[in-house]
Ligand binder design. Structure first.
Ligand SMILES: O=C[C@H](O)[C@H](O)[C@H](O)COP(=O)(O)O
Length: 217
């Protein structure tokens, strides 16, 4: 079974969490793209979606799914999104696709966060995947120096501008023993918009695509 087949299986399995006549929160990435395809098959049973990126919005609209502005929505039952790494406590690193800020906002509004991954994403300790940090452009060098003080090696993701007009620093060589604490410490650096640790708001359920089928954690 290929990695993409495992992503697809997890994406389609998330459909069972979607309730009729609701607005669904939709993440970003190659695993979520499978979920969006699945959502397209039940588009007449849902009200629509709130999207976490321009890329997901485009795909949702291309399938005829209505996309709502988050400011016009007060309730999202379920938010479905992928992850770059997830530990045994359902803490995640996200933002490999640079969509972390909008993802964190939509996730904050949602009642439930359903994480969909293939089995390469499960780790014991977060940090092997470089931690993305979205930064206001003029603060890039300052934030990078502060991230070094926290023990990381930040690398500017050249050529990438987020949907919010900001830049990304990918922080290498972190061994993240206390994800909740590090999430707060990085958020406290002036100039940081968001960091890719989703620990204080982790996933409520995880669907893992494996060669033996989809496992729910
Ligand atoms: O910014 C991107 C998101 O956080 C994605 O959820 C994450 O990178 C996982 O993406 P994929 O499903 O393509 O591995």
């Amino acid at each position: 079974m290929t990695q993409d087949e495992m992503k697809k299986a997890a994406g389609w399995a998330a459909l069972k969490y979607v309730e009729e006549n609701t607005i669904v929160g939709v993440g970003t990435g190659s695993t979520v793209n499978h979920f969006i395809d699945a959502l397209g098959t039940i588009k007449h049973d849902i009200k629509g979606a709130v999207s976490s990126s321009e890329a997901s919005t485009e795909k949702l609209k291309s399938l005829g799914i209505e996309v709502y502005d988050l400011n016009s929505v007060s309730e999202i039952g379920v938010y479905v999104d992928g992850a770059d790494e997830i530990n045994n406590y359902n803490h995640m690193i996200k933002g490999g696709g640079a969509a972390l800020t909008r993802e964190k906002i939509v996730a904050a509004v949602a009642d439930k966060f359903i994480c969909i991954v293939d089995n390469t994403k499960n780790v014991d300790i977060l940090g092997e995947f470089p931690l993305p940090v979205e930064v206001i452009p003029m603060a890039r060098s300052y934030v990078a120096r502060e991230l070094v003080k926290l023990g990381g090696d930040p690398v500017y993701r050249e050529g990438v501008v987020t949907d919010n007009g900001n830049v990304i620093l990918d922080v290498h060589n972190l061994k993240i023993i206390e994800p909740r604490k590090l999430e707060e410490q990085i958020n406290a650096i002036v100039g940081v918009v968001t960091n890719g640790l989703f620990a204080n708001r982790g996933a409520d359920a995880v669907l893992v695509g494996t060669p033996e089928g989809v496992k729910t954690l």
